[in-house]
Design a protein around this ligand. Structure first.
Ligand code: CAA
Length: 297
């Protein structure tokens, strides 16, 4: 397998921008693709903000921050990923959209490139099998915020060659102190298999009146040592993403543990996706988040 120098990231949203920053910080040349200029500018703007904050806090020199930014190129054109040695997709958790994307990439990206998906729940094989190179396809799953969370799940699909898996693992090991953990291609892999039922259960607990939103979150922080409570975590991950993962796990395992609670479905209908939409379990429009008053209705 060729040495990895140029990396393509598809998607510069919640996960994509963080992954692009991590990969550029590790010294790779990164081309990040978004659907239009405005979305791309928003994603790259988030990276610039993080880099400026690192300089302000004295965690990075201006020179290093400039070099990282210099290694990042934005595009809206798949053809600009043609020469990448590795392409990782970090778009919405929607199989149809991902399959469309791989169809485009398969045609333009050089045949020896590695294809990786950041899917949090969908089977790697379904995406791999849609390309002409299923042996070169694996999963590389980052956690939110990608700049901070250490874990990267490295997923071996049933068609993934040893060479591809080793290359994906080796690549993850170059990403500034990340902890890569190998896992099989079972829906939800390790973390979401365990974390998503916990998150949806917290929503059910709230629905049943076990506690208020803040009480449930405060209890899990103070009682279980979690860095944030489960409902704040839903807002961080995105309630739409939590719902999408729960749906995939429910369909795969047919177990009520993964069923979307009715409240989550209503919140999604209302567009209350969490931090990304400014409102979820909490309302983020003020100086400090407050419980979403709509949920008490
Ligand atoms: N982007 C980049 N950096 C961020 C960030 C973000 N969105 N949020 C926080 N940080 C950085 C801060 O800049 C700060 O950096 P320094 O130490 O260098 O100053 C550091 O993280 C700590 O941040 P804060 O002091 O603001 O807040 P905190 O100590 O409460 O940490 C947190 C925030 C890292 C998010 C922490 O609350 C946490 O670990 N929460 C749990 C997150 C988690 O479980 N993520 C996994 C979700 S599941 C998933 O992602 C999988 C999936 O497929 C859905």
């Amino acid at each position: 397998m060729a040495e990895i120098k140029r990396v393509g990231i598809v998607g510069c949203g919640l996960m994509g921008h963080g992954i692009a920053q991590v990969v550029a910080t590790a010294g790779y040349d990164v081309t990040v693709r978004e659907v239009d200029d405005a979305t791309l500018a928003k994603g790259l703007g988030k990276i610039e903000k993080q880099l400026a904050r690192a300089v302000e806090k004295g965690k990075s020199s201006q020179e290093d921050a400039d070099a990282i930014r210099g290694r990042l190129t934005g595009t809206t054109d798949y053809a600009d990923l043609a020469d990448c040695d590795l392409v990782l997709e970090a778009i919405t958790e929607d199989l149809a959209l991902k399959l469309e994307l791989w169809k485009e990439l398969d045609q333009v990206v050089k045949p020896e490139a590695l294809f990786l998906t950041n899917t949090s729940s969908l089977a790697v094989i379904d995406q791999a099998a849609s390309t002409s190179r299923p042996a070169s396809f694996a999963g590389l799953h980052f956690f939110n915020p990608a700049q901070v969370m250490k874990l990267v799940e490295v997923v071996r699909g049933i068609t993934t060659s040893d060479e591809t898996f080793d290359a994906a693992l080796a690549f993850a090991n170059t990403l500034g102190g990340k902890t890569p953990i190998p896992t099989k291609d079972k829906a939800g892999f390790i973390v979401n298999r365990l974390l998503v039922p916990y998150m949806v259960d917290a929503i059910r607990a709230y629905e049943e009146g076990v506690g208020t939103i803040s009480e449930i979150d405060a209890a899990m922080k103070a009682g279980a040592g979690h860095p944030m409570g489960p409902l704040a975590l839903c807002d961080l991950v995105g309630n739409d993403t939590v719902g999408a993962i729960a749906e995939v796990l429910f369909t795969e395992f047919r177990s009520g543990r993964f069923a979307q609670p009715p409240l989550l479905r209503k919140m999604l209908a209302a567009g209350w996706y969490g931090r990304k939409s400014g409102i979820g379990f909490y309302d983020y429009s003020g100086e400090t988040p407050v419980e979403n008053p709509g949920l008490a209705r």
